[in-house]
Design a binder for this molecule. Sequence first.
Ligand code: LLP
Length: 425
Amino acid sequence: PASATEPRPGDLTVGGVPLAEVAEHFGTPVYVLDEAEVRERCRTYRHAFPDAEVLYAAKAFLCRAMIHWVDEEGLGLDVCSAGELELAVTSGFPPERMVLHGNAKTPHDLELALRLGVGRIVIDSPSEIARLAAAVGPEGHQKVMVRVVPGIGAGGHQKIRTGTEDQKFGVSVSDGYAQHAIARILDQPQLELTGLHCHLGSQITSVKPYLTAVRRMVGLMARLHEQHGLVLPELDLGGGHGIAYRPGERRLDLTALACRVHAELTQACAAAGLSVPRLMIEPGRAVVGPAGIALYRVLTVKHTGDHTFVAVDGGMSDNPRPALYGVRYAPRLVGREGSADLARVTVVGRHCEAGDIVAADIDLPADLRPGDLLAVPVAGAYHLSMASGYNLVGRPPVVAVHVGRARLLVRRESLDDIRSRDVGL
Ligand code: LLP
């Protein structure tokens, strides 16, 4: 493991370790994860939502160390594939504190979830009910929730909004599909319906949509109580809590969210004559996003027409988010003090596509040159977890920094890895 030395002027130290040292020791591109920050964010959630069950959404980022941190900090886990489930269980995470999601769970996902004893399975479509009941078997028992579409548009980009009827997740309330699905679940004695679930979308920066969701979900719970005498003990409001990717950007205020959701839920339940269900939330991005940094080495600086392109040794294979959602990042020079003069540049990746952009039209020191290091903050969520094998460049490693020490969590995908998976001729 690398250990901290005196940072050079202009270097940035995270978790007590200068980033330039991480780059030298582990190579670039590399994802750096600040363990203390991840843990602190888990604790913030536990404190803000003391009575709720907080489940970390594994899709944002997962590795064994992350699973341990989340476990130690008392969070549950939201998983959506046999892969996430397998990694979590083999890392010692208790399956009963997991929730399985997915709009198209494979037979393998369901079989593994049932065999391992996952706490709840969230039913996403009516056709899943009979399939799940059959897999559980007449003697078996499985707690389930049902994912409802509350008809609320929220989220940082069209592709990550999941609360309205025009997208693939959940069963909608407005046309009665949710009520119908719930009646069918109640007909299956081996399935125990513990509550309703909704996930409005991701990168939401306002509390309001969550309050609307509370009212609509409680409204549905009240109707179910009337129709079936059903009392549901749990309500899962999903994740989606927005963070700032650049200085000054808006983020969701978690304390305000906790207070106002609590108040709204208490009031709505009192008005409907229902007892207050246990709240569940599933944050992913806000737990791990700000705790991660992507480090790149500058390979070329080129002027074409009016543009200056700074090309780095990673790009859309380790961060597809600018290309997918038009997200803007704020890379900065680390490892040396750059000139005070700034130049307007576009930081691009190494991939064979013009859309392979890390950050367009940003100001960086005018003397930026090949060999320099660029750090892209807020790279902890949906970076490695969405990394691809494009151009066979190999996925970057993950290094944790903590109290002055750096340690490898996930190794770099090597040429050997790439060659060895290809077994045909
Ligand atoms: N619960 C469910 C059921 C979800 O589908 C998600 C995210 C979460 C919780 C966690 O949401 P979060 O708190 O992380 O926003 N790839 C996109 C984000 C897709 C989110 C998918 N579902 C991005 O890079 O922005």
